[in-house]
Design a binder for this molecule. Structure first.
Ligand SMILES: O=C[C@H](O)COP(=O)(O)O
Length: 266
């Protein structure tokens, strides 16, 4: 399906890296680099997802310097308030101006036992507080080798979105992140990314409507760098990237955001 109406999104997931002082300099360098390159944030949206403890600092820089950069969190509680030690409410994230929150990242699923029900509850929590979820999903190596990657991703999508209203689905961001490509340097081929992205969009069309499928943004994540991003972004159903390691270096991340400046590898 054509990407014309969808604004591409390049989001940097810092994971558990960069403290709040480092966050300030990283965001400033990113903004200066993109500004120097004449980046149009309306044409390619840019977001960072720092650790919780950095968000207030990022908010101060973004608002103080009037940056067009969006920011968000890497997780959200299923609950809004109360005796949930260590959890962070979507209400607090919304107060800090978060536009996005990553939900269901494979590292949360693996290290914190988050299953489809938890992921769905977190997607719901994000929408309750007006925050756009970046719903992460994708297969491990075993599933990939068995050739079931499409069914696996579509199953995760359906489980996470079954309770949503059409108006919510319209703004949904889905990040297809094959686990075997995360932090390994082994990037999926552009065709691999397109295969699953197209199937995810098809599933939204089936469960909701073709119009909503045309609005949902599907990102690819897994070892994205400035050297491979252009070829991935050239695929019609890929609307952006969720970048881990390479987002920690503001120059490299800015170069990824400027993917239209790079040649597509043939
Ligand atoms: O959320 C980002 C993904 O886990 C990708 O991480 P990576 O770019 O370091 O492979």
């Amino acid at each position: 399906m054509a990407t014309a109406q969808r604004v591409p999104l390049i989001a940097g997931n810092w994971k558990m890296n960069l403290d709040h002082m480092q966050a300030i300099s990283t965001v400033q360098k990113l903004a200066w680099t993109l500004d120097d390159a004449g980046h149009d944030f309306k044409k390619v949206e840019v977001a960072v997802l720092p650790p919780f403890t950095d968000i207030r600092s990022v908010q101060t820089i973004v608002h103080g310097d009037k940056l067009d950069l969006a920011y968000g969190a890497q997780d959200i509680s299923t609950q809004d308030s109360g005796a949930f030690t260590g959890d962070v409410s979507g209400a607090f994230l919304a107060r800090l101006g978060c536009s996005y929150v990553a939900v269901g990242h494979s590292e949360r699923r693996e290290h914190h036992g988050e299953d489809d029900d938890v992921v769905r509850a977190k997607v719901e929590a994000a929408y309750r507080h007006g925050i756009t979820p970046i719903l992460c999903l994708g297969e491990n190596l075993e599933v990939r080798q068995s050739g079931d990657q499409v069914a696996h991703a579509v199953g995760q999508l359906r489980a996470a979105t079954s309770s949503l209203q059409p108006a919510q689905v319209e703004s949904l961001v889905v990040a297809y992140e094959p686990i075997w490509a995360i932090g390994t340097g082994e990037v999926a081929t552009p065709d691999d990314a397109q295969e699953v992205a197209e199937a995810l969009r098809g599933a939204v069309a089936e469960s909701f409507s073709p119009e909503l499928a045309g609005a949902v943004r599907v990102l690819y994540g897994g070892s994205v760098k400035s050297s491979n991003v252009a070829s991935i972004m050239a695929k019609p159903d890929v609307d952006g990237a969720l970048v881990g390691g390479a987002s920690l270096d503001p120059k490299e991340f800015a170069a990824i955001c400027r993917y239209q400046d790079h040649n597509v590898a043939l």
